[in-house]
Design a protein around this ligand. Structure first.
Ligand SMILES: [Fe+2]
Length: 475
C-alpha cells in the first residue's frame, strides 16, 4: 500500500488539519522496537546480484522463468513512530531458474519518485497519478508485462527481466484511476478483474477490468461512502464481490499524526456486495455479515444461485496498533452468499494463517486445494509463523509443513507442470527467510507431497525480509 493514504486525504481533511497532524506526528509514542522494522521484517540496505546459487535437490528443467516477490523495504531512515508496514518503499526479490539451474538472485527497489531521488537517479519514465507512486505489494504478469502493483493510488510499474524498473504504466492510457494489488484472473476470458479504491475519492470504488491485451475495458463506479479500505475482491463467472468491511479512514488517527490513518470502525456495518460483471454500480446486491476484516481471497465460485468465497478473516484490524495488522483471531473460512440472506460463515480452519493461494487455472471455478502461510498471534502486531498449511477442500483436512526454528516461510504460489491439468500436478514455490543472519531460500515443494523432501532448495546468501505477494513469471 502506498503512503498515499496520508497524503491523498489532504483534500478531505484540509490544510489546517494537515499541519496539526504533522505537529502531532512528532509527539507519537516511540516504539522500543517497531514490530515491522525489526527481526524478520527489518529492511535490507542495498541491492545485490548474486550469480550461480547452490541448489539442493533438482530444479525441474521445465521451470524456465523467475520467481519474483514484492514487499515493503524502506530506503533510508524512517520515523518509527508513524511508520506502517504497508507504507515501505517497494522492493522486489527474485530468482531466475533455467535449465535446472538457479542462475541468480536479485533484489531491486521499485523506482518510485522517492526511491529514484534517494538513489540519485533520474525519475523512471511513465505516467503518474495520485500522491504516491510506490508500488510495493504484489508483482504479476499481465499482457506480457511484469508489473509491480499496489492499491489506492499508484499506477503499476513495469519491471524488466532483471527486476529493473522500465516505466510506470497505465495500460496504454486506459487506466483512469487507482489500481489494486489483487486483480483476479478469469481463465475463460483472460481478463483481470479488480475492485479499486482511492482515498482522494472516498465515496466511490470502481470495478476495473483489464483485457488480455492489457487495456482497461471497464471502469464501473460503485457508490460506497466513508473511505473504506478494500484490499481484495472475489470473482465468479457472473459476479465480482465487493467487501464493505469496517476498516475506514479515521480522521482522529490522521490528526494524531499516523501516516496510515485507517482504523477499525465499530460504527460501520459489515456487508458484501455482488456486482454483476456487466452491471451498473447501482445493481450491487448487498448481504450483511458479522463485522470482521478481510485482506485475501483464495478463490470463489458459483453453486446454483449462491456464490461461495473462500477467504481469510481477521476478527479486528487496525484496532490496537498504528504500526500494522493487529488481529487477535485469524481463520480460513468459507462464505456463502445467497440472494436476500445474510452471509453464511463456515470456519474451515481456525488456526491463524494468511496469503491463501490456489491453482489460478481454477480461478472462478470449484476447486480442491488452497495453500496458506501460517501466522503467529500475540503481542501488539501480527507475526509470521514457521509453517505452511495445505487444505484439501474436497476431502476435508489439512496438512502442515513446519520449517523449524528460525525459518519463516512467506507466501507460496502454485506452478503447474506443463501439460498437467490436475490441481496438485506441479510445484509450490516461495521464499523462506532466516531469522539468524544473511541467508534465505527459495523452496520448491512437490504439490502432491508437500510434507516430503523438497523438490529443490535454492540457497540464497542474502537476507530476504518478510514481504507480501509474488508470482512465478514464466520466461
Ligand atoms: Fe495482499
Amino acid at each position: 500500500m502506498a503512503n498515499v493514504i496520508e497524503r491523498g486525504i489532504r483534500s478531505v481533511v484540509g490544510a489546517g488539519v494537515e499541519a496539526l497532524a504533522a505537529a502531532n506526528r512528532r509527539r507519537l509514542p516511540k516504539p522500543k522496537a517497531h514490530p515491522f522494522l525489526t527481526g524478520i521484517f527489518a529492511p535490507v540496505a542495498e541491492e545485490r546480484t548474486i550469480a550461480h546459487l547452490a541448489v539442493e535437490g533438482r530444479i525441474p528443467a521445465e521451470l524456465d522463468g523467475r520467481y519474483v516477490r514484492n514487499g515493503p523495504n524502506p530506503l533510508g531512515d524512517v520515523d518509527p513512530r508513524s511508520y506502517h508496514w504497508f507504507l515501505g518503499d517497494g522492493m522486489v526479490h527474485g530468482v531466475r531458474l533455467r535449465d535446472g539451474r538457479a542462475e541468480w538472485y536479485r533484489n531491486r527497489w521499485v523506482r518510485s519518485t522517492r526511491v529514484s531521488e534517494a538513489l540519485g537517479e533520474p525519475p523512471a519514465p511513465g505516467p503518474r497519478r495520485g500522491r504516491s507512486d510506490n508500488a510495493n505489494t504484489h508483482v504479476v504478469k499481465i499482457a506480457g508485462r511484469m508489473l509491480a502493483i499496489v492499491e489506492a493510488s499508484a499506477y503499476p510499474v513495469e519491471l524488466d527481466g532483471e527486476l529493473g524498473t522500465v516505466a510506470h504504466h497505465d495500460f496504454a492510457g486506459t487506466l483512469r484511476g487507482s489500481f489494486s494489488a489483487h486483480p483476479h484472473l478469469d481463465p475463460a476470458t483472460g481478463e483481470q478483474h479488480a475492485v479499486c479504491y482511492d482515498p482522494e475519492t472516498p465515496d466511490v470504488v470502481r470495478h476495473v477490468v483489464v483485457s488480455s491485451e492489457g487495456r482497461v475495458i471497464r471502469d464501473e463506479p460503485v457508490d460506497l461512502p466513508g473511505g473504506v479500505m478494500i484490499h481484495d475482491c472475489a470473482l465468479t463467472p457472473r459476479f465480482v464481490a465487493i467487501f464493505d468491511l469496517p476498516v475506514t479512514f479515521s480522521r482522529r488517527a490522521y490528526v494524531e499524526g499516523w501516516e496510515f490513518p485507517l482504523r477499525w470502525n465499530p460504527d460501520r456495518p459489515a456487508r458484501v456486495g455482488l456486482l454483476p460483471r456487466d452491471g451498473s454500480g447501482a445493481d450491487v446486491r448487498w448481504s450483511e455479515v458479522e463485522p470482521c476484516s478481510v485482506f485475501h481471497v483464495a478463490n470463489a465460485f458459483e453453486d446454483g444461485d449462491r456464490v461461495v468465497v473462500d477467504l481469510v478473516t481477521h476478527d479486528r484490524m487496525f484496532d490496537r496498533s498504528g504500526w500494522g495488522p493487529d488481529s487477535r483471531q485469524v481463520r480460513f473460512e468459507r462464505w456463502t452468499l445467497s440472494p436476500g440472506a445474510p452471509v453464511m460463515r463456515q470456519v474451515l480452519d481456525d488456526t491463524p494463517q494468511e496469503f491463501p493461494r490456489c491453482d489460478e487455472r481454477r480461478s472462478t471455478q470449484p476447486y480442491r486445494f488452497a495453500w496458506c502461510t501460517g501466522l503467529g498471534l500475540g503481542g501488539e502486531a501480527l507475526q509470521l509463523g514457521r509453517c505452511l498449511v495445505f487444505h484439501d477442500l474436497a476431502r476435508g483436512g489439512r496438512q502442515v509443513r513446519d520449517f523449524g526454528p528460525g525459518r519463516v516461510p512467506g507466501e507460496f504460489v502454485f506452478v503447474p507442470r506443463a501439460g498437467g491439468d490436475a490441481e496438485d500436478d506441479g510445484w509450490l514455490m516461495g521464499f523462506v527467510s532466516h531469522e539468524d543472519g544473511d541467508r534465505a531460500e527459495l523452496v520448491i515443494l512437490n504439490a502432491r507431497d508437500p510434507l516430503g523432501e523438497p523438490q529443490a532448495v535454492v540457497h540464497i546468501p542474502a537476507r530476504i525480509p518478510a514481504g507480501f505477494h509474488g508470482s512465478w513469471i514464466p520466461a
